[in-house]
Design a binder for this molecule. Structure first.
Ligand code: GLC
Length: 741
């Protein structure tokens, strides 16, 4: 009895302390809020870009740094480095209440060590590694005074003309949601306040990836059902994973700009999802509601954005210039201001910045993290697993390290910064730190191998004078490796392209070299799906090498020469032409579903084009081959309270050990709304030695069968389903089952 009493009282003390501890942060927030003037509160809702670098249209403001001292700034972006952040924090410490600044930065795929672009990482389908990638980025950024990264970008995108596909996880909601969680966990690590963790930011809220025509900043119009079914789940997953902040988006959604969209920010995010963090606008998007035609002036824009739930104004100056008058005019209630400021202050407490405003600005830690060999090792691993083998006829790959003469041709072979992609950083030592393809191959092949090199052409012009040298070089070789693609600034923000073919004369270069009859391996650097049909049909071997980051050359060499068997799977469908866009695997069946390309009167087929993409979602080859058994189901029907198990045996039937991503898709055959022909509902990565076989099982419950009906209820409906398992969305075994009432 006595013992129980002691335990019980200990628990009470503990829980009281815990409650007291929890209340401490809230109390501290309230205690600071009580001291603040209206202007000081509004200052916290104001974010400026530093005067040293910009990621949007800059406003000249020579009083910018003075305003920090005047308490008019709550956060800065694009201010990096232990030294510089310390300097600006010094200015904030001169304010009356000494409220520390938050420093935000676009650490999208690495900071000092640059990782593959997010779309490439998505091709790895490796959640653990994607989390590690974000972990390294956070560690390096936090060591450089950065508190907050404007990532992960979790916009689902089905249109490769949109340049920002490179920042996300592709076309699939299920895969995109898992990756959103992996990135949030990676960035925020063991918890905010640790000096190797940064606040993450789910962006761009919402549906920015559905811009009409793939044109950046363009309008978005869709049913709320599609919004909830396809575009919101990765944001919900990020929120459930504890993401510290959200960023809204430039686009209007169903006629209302996201920045002024109450439905998104208050009803869904802060209401239904009970989000406790804060929302930052995207660069200038508060003021951009004027050209949107939604606000007459910055006074109105500030009112609409604040009342709709945008807590912090990035760079538009609408808040700092108008909120005080809006409160006095009764247009914005002080409770709106207080709620926004409490959200911002709360995070500053959680980050420990009130206790030590300089805790992240530590030059010793910065130096230690920067040339960190462990980070580079993880980067190379991520890069290898991001590479997708699109074709390998006649086992052209892997190449032998003893190959006598190899011709290396193309404008990317010796590229350095073009391995980094958009949203990356240039450092003085890049030429020594970034491994080119040439250097990667040079360090891989035997001492007797001879490497020949010819650039052949530029990335994006019509000059063909280099072809002759390239052809001559190819003729002297036993095998040719050509590396073509997009320059790092050809995909990214404000980089929508109407023509996504291989740029310039690069495909002509491939044709000229192929004409020599030599075996040719083509590698394509890109930030998006490109169109290269001639190459795809004629080159014997193709690797999609994206933009792989700092150790690109070594990762590529590992794959080229078989030290790593490529395992990547495409996170986006590759269209045959721009005219085929949007094309994505999880489309509806329609009333006239075509079974093949000759069904002209079916599924709105084109009379001049195939129905199918060049490469499908989930597609990716290996140097080995994998055989799938028929699917075994634990039962042919199951009740909502039960689960169903689907099992296949996957066998490595080739000559190399390798990793396969076994994908599970489900089709709901009939519903109260039409349902996609298949939807990714699970996947498992399995490593198989040559000749080895393993059973892979998936447990299916009603959770996997839910969808949003026309009342926006997330439900499942009993009925008949098809179940698919395979190595690509268009290469599956199938079976069927019934969910009973
Ligand atoms: C940019 C981007 C956004 C980025 C922000 C700050 O315009 O849209 O993704 O985080 O501005 O650089």
């Amino acid at each position: 009895m006595k013992r129980n009493l002691i335990i019980a009282s200990a628990c009470c003390i503990f829980s009281f302390t815990a409650i007291a501890q929890k209340k401490t942060i809230d109390q501290k927030v309230d205690s600071v809020l009580k001291l603040m003037t209206l202007d000081e509160k509004i200052g916290q809702m104001n974010q400026y870009n530093g005067p040293w670098a910009a990621t949007g249209p800059l406003t000249n403001d020579d009083k910018l740094l003075d305003q920090i001292k005047e308490g008019k700034v709550g956060s800065m972006l694009n201010v990096t480095g232990a030294k510089r952040t310390r300097e600006l924090q010094d200015l904030a410490m001169q304010t009356r209440l000494k409220i520390p600044l938050l420093f935000g930065q676009d650490v999208i795929h690495g900071y000092r060590t640059i990782f593959p672009i997010p779309l490439a990482e998505a091709a790895s389908w490796d959640m653990k590694l994607i989390e590690q990638s974000a972990r390294v980025a956070a560690t390096e950024a936090a060591a450089s005074g950065i508190h907050w990264t404007f990532a992960p970008m979790v916009d689902i995108a089905r249109d490769p003309r949109w340049g920002r596909v490179m920042e996300g996880a592709g076309e699939d909601t299920y895969l995109g949601s898992l990756i959103a969680v992996a990135r949030v966990k990676g960035f925020q690590g063991k918890g905010l306040g640790n000096t190797n963790a940064v606040m993450a930011c789910a962006k761009h809220f919402a549906a920015y990836g559905a811009a009409v025509g793939g044109r950046d900043y363009n309008s978005v119009d869709m049913s709320l059902r599609q919004l909830h079914e396809v575009y919101l789940p990765p944001f919900k997953a990020a929120a459930d994973a504890g993401v510290a902040t959200f960023m809204n988006s430039f686009n209007d959604l169903n006629g209302i700009p996201a920045t002024g969209n109450k439905y998104l920010q208050r009803d869904i995010l802060k209401g239904q999802w009970k989000f406790k963090g804060f929302v930052v606008s995207d660069w200038g998007s508060v003021g951009e509601m004027i050209p949107h035609g939604y606000a007459k002036n910055n006074y109105e824009a500030a009112m609409l954005a604040a009342n709709a739930g945008s807590d912090m104004d990035m760079e538009s100056r609408s808040y700092i210039q108008n909120l005080s008058k809006l409160v006095k005019d009764g247009k914005v209630n002080i409770s709106v201001i207080d709620d926004a400021v409490k959200r911002i202050l709360r995070i500053k407490f959680v980050m420990g910045l009130f206790d030590d405003p300089y805790k992240f600005s530590n030059e010793e830690r910065e130096k230690a993290q920067w040339n960190n060999t462990e980070h580079r090792k993880i980067e190379k691993e991520m890069a290898k697993k991001s590479i997708v083998l699109l074709k390998n006829d006649k086992q052209t790959l892997p190449l032998s390290k003893q190959t006598k003469t190899i011709a290396l041709i193309g404008p990317f072979i010796k590229a350095i910064s073009d391995n980094l992609g958009f949203w990356s950083y240039d450092w003085p030592d890049d030429s020594s730190r970034i491994t080119s393809t040439y250097d990667g191959i040079k360090s891989k092949v035997s001492a007797d191998s001879k490497l020949l090199y010819a650039k052949g052409c530029n990335i994006n012009d019509s000059i063909t004078t280099g072809f002759a040298e390239a052809v001559e070089t190819a003729k002297q070789a036993d095998v040719v490796v050509i590396q073509v693609g997009e320059a790092r600034d050809m995909t990214g923000e404000a980089k929508s392209r109407s023509n996504i073919h291989l740029p310039g004369v690069q495909e002509d270069l491939i044709k000229a070299v192929m004409a020599t009859g030599k075996p040719v391996v083509v590698m394509i650097n890109a930030g998006r799906p490109l169109i290269f049909n001639w190459t795809a049909d004629n080159a014997p071997a193709i690797l999609y090498t994206w933009w792989l980051g700092t150790d690109a050359g070594n990762a590529i060499a590992d794959v080229l020469f078989g030290d790593y068997n490529p395992s990547g799977k495409l996170p986006m469908s590759f269209p045959l032409t721009e005219g085929q866009i949007p094309i994505y695997y999880n489309h509806y069946n329609t009333g006239r579903p075509a079974q093949n390309d000759s069904d002209r009167f079916y599924r709105s087929a084109y009379i001049d084009l195939s129905l199918y993409p060049k490469f499908a979602f989930g597609y990716g080859l290996s140097y080995t081959s994998f055989e799938y058994s028929d699917i075994k189901l634990s039962k042919s029907s199951f009740k909502p309270t039960e689960k169903l198990t689907a099992t296949v045996t996957v066998k490595n039937t080739g000559n190399y050990d390798g990793e396969e991503t076994v994908q599970l898709y489900i089709q709901d055959l009939f519903g109260s709304v039409v349902r996609p022909v298949k939807e990714l509902k699970g996947f498992q990565k399995v490593f198989l030695k040559k000749g080895e076989a393993k059973e892979i099982s998936f447990a299916i419950t009603t959770e996997d069968l839910k969808f949003f009906n026309d009342k926006l209820e997330k439900i499942y409906e009993p009925g008949d389903f098809k179940l698919f398992i395979g190595g690509a969305s268009n290469n599956v075994k199938q079976t069927s089952f019934t969910l009973t009432k």
